[in-house]
Design a protein around this ligand. Structure first.
Ligand code: ZN
Length: 192
């Protein structure tokens, strides 16, 4: 399964960067210490240990919120570090109508996530928003993870939506989750 493969240095670095950003280096280092994880070579098999240490330290609800924030920071890391996303921003695609730019940016995010985490995102236009279907989701395909929802991915998508249109508010709900197949429903809370 995808989650058993080694994490690429790129994504190991991303997790380290995001956690340190969210927790501060002191708490991040003690979390690494408590979970026995080596920050230089974070592997998929380490993620459940990190998660257990997070839940042990902060409780389930806060741990979920922290994963979501890690996802949010991850989006900004990706948009600055991943060349296709940098080009997407420079090409002015951000200023196209939302019906074009929202799925266009998601396609690029999908390329990054597929390359680094092995998952696949597809976006379907709905009457009042979009539906994102995820297969091989790295979070809920990992049986050792027990966080009741895919918060990293949710945070990442949430931040992408906010970045893609700062004038609107979006609501994002995970409406299906389990065995690597998730679904997120996105709707625009405010329109023009
Ligand atoms: Zn899920």
């Amino acid at each position: 399964m995808a989650y058993n493969r080694p994490l690429s240095p790129k994504i190991a670095q991303l997790f380290s960067y995001c956690f340190e950003e969210i927790l501060g280096s002191k708490d991040w280092n003690s979390l690494l210490h408590n979970s026995g994880v080596d920050p230089g070579s974070i592997q998929w098999s380490d993620i459940p240990n990190l998660q257990k240490a997070l839940i042990g330290t902060y409780g389930l609800m806060t741990a979920q919120g922290l994963w979501q924030r890690v996802g949010r920071v991850a989006f900004h890391y990706i948009r600055r570090q991943f060349d296709p996303f940098v080009q997407f921003t420079q090409a002015g695609d951000r200023f196209k109508p939302i019906s074009i730019r929202l799925p266009a940016g998601l396609l690029i995010l999908n390329d990054f996530l597929h390359e680094t985490l092995g998952c696949q995102l597809s976006t379907i236009k709905k009457e009042k928003g979009w539906q994102i279907e995820v297969t091989q989701c790295p979070e809920c395909s990992n049986e050792n993870l027990n966080q009741q929802g895919c918060f990293f991915l949710k945070g990442l998508l949430q931040e992408y939506l906010q970045w893609t249109d700062a004038r609107r508010d979006f609501s994002i709900q995970e409406t299906k989750c389990g065995a690597g197949n998730c679904q997120f429903d996105i709707s625009m809370v405010t329109t023009d």
